[in-house]
Design a protein around this ligand. Structure first.
Ligand code: HEM
Ligand code: NAG
Ligand code: NAG
Length: 323
């Protein structure tokens, strides 16, 4: 019977190993608030609609905020924490300082959700995840499900944000590395970059490109230079659309712009610059359905990055500070 004992021990070990190695994200579920806050999805959707009606760009800003949350210690609402005299958070990290926006909208939604459900039970991290999805949909992009149950961090990491978030000056190798560090393939990286179909960038992020890069359409460079003077800091905050055709409409135009050498950021054009991602860009520019499907799946995957669950972290009362 030693063989039976041995094989059942093996089975037990196998089960233990599967349990230990299964991702924490398995605990996220669309029905997590089914009893405690059943109206959370309706409340967020309504609030996102009015926020985008007030300012179309806000949808883009919230999609980006979700990305910047998830790439730093996972989707834990860390990006939402305010700095104060004794606390340094992520808001002043390179990619966020004077750039990340939408915090007031998240505050407002948190207040509405807590009112609707009678107490503070939905995390700020979940509100941001739902807000990002609803923004994609409201701007005309694909829908996807948002499993919830994330809890909010009691810490944040400016160093982590500086290390993990990509820069506008990155080349293809840098971009592949930054996304691969979070478990994303090159194709998923190119799909997620398609979020630049919406929103705006500040002159400080593309000045170098429009004056110095060679891989840029000349007429496009000239037209962008008109609103982004040299030298810095002149016009540093002046805005230009990341997708020249339709900055408030979610679609695959962004990829066609890259093929036309009209990527606004150096990092955008790096995706179509004679390297391994050219074929992916071409494919997405020809196949809006493939882009929508891959983008939605990659957003779900991003939402699964290291969430705090169970009794980890907390459900913040105020998204800007730990309880
Ligand atoms: C691939 C590497 C990426 C780089 C280097 C990058 C960099 C940037 C930069 C520099 C801006 C302009 C910020 C400013 O001027 O204030 C920006 C805006 C934006 N990014 Fe990215 N990004 C990347 C990937 C992503 C991803 C994966 C998403 C979301 C899934 C995203 C969503 C956005 C959106 C929607 C905006 C416009 C925000 C607004 O109008 O407020 N980006 N990005
Ligand atoms: C963030 O921006 C402010 C205002 O431009 C600047 O004074 C500050 O030094 C920046 N913080 C960091 C950490 O770069
Ligand atoms: C500063 O922020 C941290 C993190 O939110 C919080 O724990 C702390 O109470 C805040 N301190 C003050 C003085 O507000």
């Amino acid at each position: 019977m030693a063989g039976v004992a041995h094989s059942s021990l093996c089975l037990t070990l196998l089960i233990v190993m599967i349990t230990i190695s299964s991702p924490v994200s398995a605990q996220l579920s669309v029905s997590f608030y089914g009893n405690t806050c059943p109206s959370v999805f309706d409340t967020v959707r309504t609030a996102i609609r009015s926020a985008i009606n007030r300012e179309a760009r806000m949808g883009a800003s919230l999609i980006r905020l979700f990305f910047h949350d998830c790439f730093v210690n996972g989707c834990d609402g860390g990006v939402l924490l305010d700095d104060n005299g004794s606390f340094v958070g992520e808001k002043t990290a390179l990619a966020n300082n004077n750039s990340a926006r939408g915090f007031e909208v998240i505050d407002n939604i948190k207040t509405r959700v807590d009112q609707a459900c009678g107490r503070s039970v939905v995390s700020c991290a979940d509100i941001l995840a739902i807000a990002a999805r609803d923004s994609v949909v409201e701007l005309g992009g694909p829908t996807y499900s948002v499993p919830v149950g994330r809890r909010d961090a009691r810490t944040a990491s400016r160093d982590g944000a500086n290390t993990n978030l990509p820069s506008f000056s990155h080349n293809l190798d840098d971009l592949i590395r930054v996304f691969s560090n979070q478990g994303f393939t090159e194709r998923e990286m190119v799909a997620l970059s398609g979020a630049h179909t919406v929103g705006q960038a500040q002159c400080v992020t593309f000045r170098d490109r429009i004056y110095n890069d060679a891989n840029i359409d000349a007429a496009f460079a000239t037209s962008r230079q008109a609103n982004c003077p040299r030298p810095a800091p002149n016009g540093d905050g002046n805005l230009a659309p990341l997708d020249p055709q339709s900055p408030n409409r979610f679609g695959n135009n962004y990829y066609q712009a890259l093929i036309n050498r009209r990527g606004l950021l150096h990092s955008d054009q790096a995706l179509f610059n004679g390297g391994s991602s050219d074929s992916i860009v071409t494919m997405y520019s020809n196949n809006g359905n493939a882009f929508n499907t891959d983008f939605a799946n990659a957003m779900i995957k991003m939402g699964n990055l290291n969430p705090l669950t169970g009794s980890q972290g907390e459900v913040r009362v105020n998204c800007r500070r730990v309880n």
